[in-house]
Design a protein around this ligand. Structure first.
Ligand code: NAP
Length: 528
C-alpha cells in the first residue's frame, strides 16, 4: 500500500519549487516529482550557449521572501542560465526543499480514482494524493522538428531545449542553426564566435531589440532593493507585471521628432520595454508600423550587406510573435564566417548523412546541426501526460478544440487538479515569476480553505470555464497578436487548434478576477 499525500506537484522549476515551499509552510504533506536529474525546469534544460533571461534579473526573481530578495546578488542586468540555476538551487537549499523532491521521475499517467489522484511513471511506483498540481511550465515540451532525413544525419545534432551537460566545441566546425526565435537568436552569435562556418537557416525572421546587457551597478541595485516591496507592488499594477515606464501617448499623435526620440531612448535602454514606447503599438496597426519601420531601419544600419539586411526584416507586426532581446545578433551577419539561408526561398530538401541538401543551392557539408525550433507551448507538457479525470475524461481529448480552463488554474471534470500558469492565464505575456507566485498563493489558499472548511473537493464549473474562454478570445481579438502566426496561437504545431493560449487581458484584470472569486467563496467552482 502506498502512502497518500496531501499534494503531489509535478515539476521542480520556479513554479514547482515555490508551490512546494508554500504548501509545506501551511503544514501540508507535499512532494514534487521531476523528470530531470536536477531541479530548475526550463533553466535546467535550456543550457545552450548564450542562454539568458530576457526579463531583468532584479524582477525575474521571487518576492515571497524579503530576506531572499535582499540577500541574493544578481550580477548582470539579464541573468545567464547558470546564474538562474544557481539561484534556484540556493532557494531549494535555503527553504530545505530537496528532501521533498523526487528527481528522475518521468510522470506518464495521472488518473483520478476513488477520489484521489494516482500518479505513475514508467515503472511500478505509484503516488496517491488528494490534490495534483501541474507545475510543468509553458515552454517545456520541445517541438520535434520534422525535417526530412534528419535521422540519417551522422554529424553532431543538438536541440537547444535539451542541451547536453558536456561542453560542446564549435571550433573548426561547419554548423547549421535552424530556428531564429529567442533561442536561436541567442545561440547564433555565440556559435559564430568560434565556428569555422555558420549557416543560419532562417524560415521566418523575428523582430529583435538590443538587450544592452551589463554588470549591475551596485548603487542601482541598492536603490532598487531599498524599494523592493514598492517596486513589486507597482509592477503588479501594470499589464505585463514588469516594472517599466509605459508611455500613455499614441504613436500616431506625436511629431516625427518625438516618435524618433522615444524609440531612440527605448533602443538605447534595451529590452522588452520597447513595446511600451507608445500606448497603441500592440493594438493599432498604423502605430505598430512606426515601430516596425524603426527596427527595420536599425537592421539596415547594423547589417552592412544590403541583401542580407533585407532578408532579416520580418515585415510583419512587432510584438505579434514574442519580441526577441538580442546581444549582437544582427551584427553577427557582418562576420565573414556567417551565411544566412532564407528557407522560404531555398527550402531544405533533405538532410543527408554529412550535410544538408537545399533547393536552389545544393548540398552543403555540415558537421553539426543545432535545432532551436521551439516548443509545443502552453499545452504540450500537459498533453504529453495521460491525464484522466472524472468519468474517464482524458484532458487531451477534452482540449482537442483548444484548452478549456477557468482562469488557466483549473478545468471542469478534473477535481482537485490545478495548473500553475496554465493556458488561459496571463503567464507568458507577463513577468513569469510574479505571475507564478500569484498562482501559487491562490492555489495554496484554496487548498487551505477546502481543508479548513472540511470540504473534500473543488472543481471548476463548466459554464465558468466557457465564459472565461469567451472573454479571453474577445481580449485576444482586440490585440494585434491575434493576426500573425505564433506559438501564442499554436500555429507552430501542425494540427494544433488555433486559439489564443495565454490570457491577454493583462495582469491587473486577472488578479482582480482571482481575488473576486475568493471573496465570493470560490464563485465558479463547485465545492463538495
Ligand atoms: P520559437 O520562438 O518558436 O522559434 C522557433 C524557430 O524555429 C522559429 O524561427 C521557427 O520558424 C523555426 N522552426 C521551427 N520548425 C522549423 C523547421 N522545421 N524548419 C526550419 N525552421 C523551423 O522558439 P524559441 O526560440 O525556443 O522561443 C520560444 C519562446 O521561449 C520565446 O518566444 C520566449 O518566450 C521563450 N524563450 C525566452 C528566452 C529568453 O528569456 N531570453 C530564450 C529562449 C526562449 P517559424 O517562425 O517559421 O515557425
Amino acid at each position: 500500500m502506498h502512502a497518500t499525500h496531501d499534494v503531489i506537484v509535478i515539476g521542480a522549476g520556479f513554479a514547482g519549487l515555490y508551490m512546494l515551499h508554500k504548501l509545506r509552510s501551511y503544514g501540508f504533506d507535499a512532494h514534487i516529482l521531476e523528470r530531470a536529474p536536477s531541479i530548475g525546469g526550463t533553466w535546467y534544460w535550456n543550457k545552450y550557449p548564450g542562454a539568458r533571461c530576457d526579463t531583468e534579473s532584479l524582477q525575474y526573481s521571487y518576492q515571497f521572501s524579503e530576506e531572499l530578495q535582499q540577500e541574493w546578488e544578481w550580477t548582470e542586468k539579464y541573468a545567464r542560465q547558470p546564474e538562474i540555476l544557481n539561484y534556484l538551487n540556493h532557494v531549494a537549499d535555503r527553504f530545505q526543499l530537496h528532501a521533498h523532491i523526487k528527481l528522475n521521475f518521468d510522470v506518464k499517467n495521472i488518473i483520478y480514482k476513488n477520489e484521489l489522484w494516482e500518479i505513475s511513471g514508467k515503472n511500478e511506483e505509484k503516488f496517491h494524493a488528494n490534490f495534483c498540481i501541474m507545475a510543468t511550465g509553458c515552454l517545456s515540451q520541445p517541438l520535434n522538428a520534422k525535417i526530412a532525413g534528419i535521422e540519417d544525419f551522422e554529424g553532431e545534432c543538438y536541440q537547444s531545449s535539451l542541451w547536453p551537460e558536456k561542453e560542446i566545441d564549435f571550433t573548426k566546425k561547419t554548423i547549421a542553426v535552424l530556428g531564429t526565435g529567442s533561442s536561436g537568436m541567442q545561440i547564433i552569435p555565440e556559435v559564430a564566435k568560434s565556428a569555422k562556418k555558420l549557416y543560419v537557416l532562417q524560415r521566418t525572421p523575428n523582430y529583435s531589440v538590443p538587450a544592452h546587457n551589463r554588470s549591475l551597478d551596485p548603487d542601482f541595485v541598492q536603490e532598487f532593493k531599498k524599494n523592493y516591496k514598492k517596486n513589486r507592488a507597482d509592477a503588479k499594477k501594470l499589464v505585463s507585471g514588469f516594472l517599466t515606464t509605459y508611455n500613455k501617448k499614441s504613436a500616431l499623435e506625436v511629431t516625427k521628432q518625438e516618435l524618433k526620440e522615444e524609440y531612440d531612448k527605448r533602443w538605447a535602454a534595451g529590452g522588452l520595454a520597447f513595446l511600451a514606447a507608445f500606448s497603441d503599438i500592440t493594438h493599432n496597426l498604423d502605430a505598430n508600423k512606426t515601430a516596425t519601420k524603426y527596427i527595420e531601419d536599425k537592421i539596415d544600419e547594423i547589417v552592412k550587406n544590403k541583401k542580407i539586411s533585407e532578408e532579416l526584416k520580418p515585415r510583419s507586426i512587432v510584438g505579434c510573435k514574442r519580441l526577441v532581446i538580442e546581444s549582437n545578433y544582427y551584427d553577427t551577419f557582418n562576420k565573414g564566417n556567417v551565411e544566412l539561408i532564407n528557407l522560404k526561398k531555398n527550402p531544405i530538401s533533405w538532410i543527408k548523412r554529412k550535410g544538408i541538401d537545399i533547393e536552389g543551392i545544393g548540398e552543403i557539408d555540415i558537421d553539426m546541426i543545432i535545432l532551436a525550433t521551439g516548443f509545443d507551448a502552453m499545452t504540450g507538457a500537459l498533453n504529453n501526460i495521460n491525464i484522466i479525470g472524472k468519468n474517464n475524461i482524458n484532458l487531451k481529448d477534452k482540449w482537442i478544440n483548444g484548452p478549456e480552463t477557468y482562469l488557466g488554474l483549473a478545468t471542469n471534470g478534473f477535481p482537485n487538479f490545478f495548473t500553475i500558469t496554465g493556458p488561459g492565464s496571463p503567464s507568458v505575456l507577463t513577468n513569469m515569476i510574479p505571475t507564478i507566485e500569484q498562482h501559487v498563493d491562490w492555489i495554496a489558499g484554496c487548498i487551505r480553505y477546502i481543508k479548513t472548511k472540511s470540504y473534500h473537493s473543488i472543481e471548476a464549473n463548466r459554464d465558468a470555464e466557457i465564459e472565461w474562454g469567451k472573454y479571453n478570445d474577445k481580449c485576444a481579438h482586440d490585440t494585434l497578436r491575434y493576426y500573425c502566426d505564433s506559438w501564442y496561437l499554436g500555429s507552430n504545431v501542425t494540427g494544433k487548434k488555433r486559439v489564443f493560449y495565454p490570457f491577454v487581458g493583462g495582469l491587473p484584470v486577472y488578479i482582480e478576477k482571482c481575488e473576486k472569486i475568493v471573496n465570493n467563496s470560490y464563485e465558479g467552482f463547485t465545492l463538495e
